[in-house]
Design a protein around this ligand. Sequence first.
Ligand code: ZN
Length: 240
Amino acid sequence: MKYAIFGDIHANLEAFLAVLEDAEDQGCTDHVCVGDIVGYASDPSECLRIVRSLDCPVVKGNHDEEAVLSTSLEGLNPLAKFAMEWTREQLNEDEREYLTNLKLVRQVRDFTIVHATLDTPGSWTYVTNKFDAMASFSYQFTQLCFYGHTHTPRIYVKGDSVDAMEDTTVNLEMGRKYFINVGSTGQPRDGDWRCSYAIYDVENQEVSIRRLRYDIQKAQDKIIDAGLPEMLAHRLALGK
Ligand code: ZN
């Protein structure tokens, strides 16, 4: 049994389709989403429709939350703010209800999923170093947890100490815990434009992060055609 675990799709349909196709090629039978289906790119409703059709476990991201609120967007940067106002206009009542009802943390089989952190999941802080990871590990009651939010794939492992691994594949060992950022499907920010997701191979107790090329030109054209800020199209190519 293999899980495809993805998140931070951010309405980038072309990237999402590439991930789903690769997951199928790799023999994944189950899907899991760590949140931020919408926000930034041009296809929030279609990405939502696909996630829902997969009938898979999903947790709420900060953009999923923001998209269904009617409060002001003062906390967001200007690009995110413009994109969020646009996204709010796209969603219908049914889609808003689906996003509203998503949970912040879920357990799936023998692992946990969350968008941002396990210690304060609703405050949308970022895990950017091993000290942040340590805080989440204190609230991690399964060996394995997958998250997103930073748009940067990263494997943290907790044995006697907490460390960030260099490798993108890890064989799970008894007595250790793993807090794994699957990277972003639709808007990577680690300087690599290719979309990112993780595969959890249950039989072999192995997790690997995969990077894939996708039709970025099409995604960029659609962002511009939708009237979204051009910078949102440019940043896809920069991986930032
Ligand atoms: Zn995000």
